[in-house]
Design a binder for this molecule. Sequence first.
Ligand code: ZN
Length: 199
Amino acid sequence: MNVVQAPLKIVQYPHPSLRHKAVPLTGIDDNLRHVVFAMLDLMYTHKGLGLAAPQVGLPYQLFVVNFAGDPAQKDAEAVFLNPVILEKEGTQEDDEGCLSFPLLYQKVRRAKVARIEAYNLQGEKISLKASDLPARILQHETDHLHGVLFIDKFGPIGKLSARSMLREFEYLHKRAQSRGELAGDGDIEQRLKDLEAGA
Ligand code: ZN
C-alpha cells in the first residue's frame, strides 16, 4: 500500500468515498498495518462497533470491528481484508447507526446469520459464522466496501423520517467544499482512483 500521508479521519455522508467501490488488497505491509491501527483508534474514539476503509477515504477492501465495542476486549476485535459473505440465513430487524451518519439511527433488516471469509492482518484466511449483532456488523461493514450504505436498506417510513437529516448532511458537505475545508467531489474521485493503484 502507498504511504497514506494525512492523519486519517472519518468522512461523512455524502462524501464520494462512501459510494466508491473498494478494490481488493494485494499485499500486507507496514503502511497497511499503520492504517489498520489508525482505523481501530478512530473506531474506539468514536465509540463504533466497526469501521470500513471507505469511511476514512481509502478505497480498499478492509474493515475493522470490535463486536463488544470495548477496546479492553481484544478477543472481540478483528480485522477483515478482502472479505466475502458466503452465506446468509434468516432475518433480524433492529436499530442501526453508522459513524459516517452521526446521530442517525433507523431500523434495518438484515440476515440473522452470516458466514464471512476474509484474510486477517497476518495474511491467514479466516472464516467466521456470526449471528445477531455480530452478523449485523459484518453485513453493514461489508456493504461499505461495495458502496452500499445503511440508508439504502431503510424501509419507506425510515427513508421519510431520515430525509431532513440527510439533507442537513448534504448541506454541510457542500458548505465545507465552498469554504475550501473539503476538496470538490471531482478531486476526491480522482484521489480515490490514484489510491486504488496502491492497493
Ligand atoms: Zn457504517
